[in-house]
Design a binder for this molecule. Structure first.
Ligand SMILES: [Cu+2]
Length: 127
């Protein structure tokens, strides 16, 4: 007889525990999984190259993270766009967002002599 009472208590405890857990689980759900606006593309500048992590991009807003991995100042220009970054000190990173339309763009460092030495590249924007 006593055994049944204990069993009843255990069943009630388990039920209470399950209810508490169920409530907590519902609270955790419902996080929206939206896609972030644009995508970041890493760009490395140094003597004497400009390298994009990806030189082909989709049209639309693209965030560029330009890191000067060289030992002297460089700047960053994408011809035909508003992107015209002032000198980036060695070791630092600048961020710029550009709205790219389909096409091919020349990218260069406009400090005298740098693009001639190799600091230029092209990127292609296509669907
Ligand atoms: Cu440069």
């Amino acid at each position: 007889m006593r055994r049944w009472i204990w069993l009843g208590i255990v069943v009630m405890l388990v039920a209470a525990f399950a209810a508490a857990c169920g409530g907590g689980g519902q609270q955790g759900g419902g996080q929206p999984s939206g896609t972030p606006e644009g995508s970041a593309v890493a760009v490395s500048e140094k003597e004497w190259t400009i390298q994009f992590a990806s030189s082909t991009m989709k049209p639309g807003k693209v965030k560029l993270l330009i890191k000067n991995e060289g030992t002297i100042e460089h700047n960053f220009v994408i011809e035909g766009t508003s992107v015209d970054l002032e000198a980036i000190p060695p070791g630092s990173t600048k961020e710029v967002t550009v709205d790219l339309k389909p096409g091919t763009y020349n990218v260069l460092c406009t400090i005298a002599g740098h693009s001639e030495a190799g600091m230029k590249t092209t990127i292609t924007v296509a669907q």
